[in-house]
Write a protein that binds this ligand. Structure first.
Ligand code: ATP
Length: 218
């Protein structure tokens, strides 16, 4: 579903990724590991078309019916999101002044389908159901992370790009988020997860380690 070939990424003239190649298929979990500054966040941003300039190929199958992959490397970020890439940033980027429900509806790709989609994502994160009218700012860190993931799911992605989804969260919430993500994987969602700890590693179909912007040979 996603094939990255020899991707280079630059902040101005500073190169942060060097010839990164990887593949994620439908229903697969690929874990991206590496120390601080190795380039994990940069890679997810580069795939999403945010903040960095890129060279190389990002091939994506936007629907199961589509036989050939499209090279989306030059696409604007919003077009990639519409095609089925969902991204949850490390800092979550919630609208903290809006309620849980408003955060979900802002993200809905089609207003007509928003209610049904909201029901589906709230079934995945039941704790949010009881807090729909609460401002996102009043949620705990774990609940905010659930909302960030739920909001991205409202766009019906085919692949989720998650940047350190469990960083700094209590173990019980970590397990809950991990189990929900694994259930989505079973349903065919592709997952590319950056993490420094090894929460997802034992469930991964593949792991990839970045060292100074390059994929380390395993
Ligand atoms: P962390 O877990 O700390 O976020 P990371 O593996 O995600 O680490 P990146 O944040 O992708 O690493 O950083 C990769 C390299 O790019 C680092 O050398 C970093 O200093 C540099 N970098 C990141 N963001 C910027 C930016 N906005 N401008 C310039 N350089 C940046």
């Amino acid at each position: 579903m996603l094939e990255v070939e020899k991707l280079n990424a630059f902040y101005g003239s500073a190169q942060a990724l060097f010839d990164v190649s990887l593949q994620v298929r439908g229903g697969e979990l690929v874990v991206l590991q590496g120390l601080n500054g190795a380039g994990k966040s940069t890679l997810l941003k580069a795939l999403m078309g945010l903040e960095v300039r890129t060279e190389g190929h990002i091939l994506f199958q936007a629907s199961p019916a589509q036989a050939s992959l499209l090279d989306i490397q030059r696409w604007e970020s919003h077009r990639r999101a519409r095609a089925g890439l969902g991204y949850v940033a490390e800092d979550r980027r919630l609208f903290v002044g809006l309620t849980v429900s408003e955060n979900l509806h802002v993200a809905a790709s089609r207003a007509a389908a928003a209610k049904a989609m909201e029901t589906r994502v709230l079934d995945l994160f039941p704790v949010l159901k009881t807090k729909l009218k609460r401002p996102a700012a009043h949620l705990s860190g774990g609940e905010q992370q659930m909302l960030a993931i739920a909001r991205t799911l409202m766009t019906s992605p085919r692949i989720l790009l998650l940047d350190e989804p469990c960083e700094g969260l209590a173990p019980v919430l970590v397990e809950s988020i991990r189990d929900t993500l694994l259930a989505l994987k079973c349903d065919g969602l592709a997952l590319l997860v950056a993490e420094q700890n090894r929460l997802f590693a034992s469930h991964a179909d593949r792991s990839l380690t970045l060292v100074a912007g390059k994929v380390r040979d395993s």
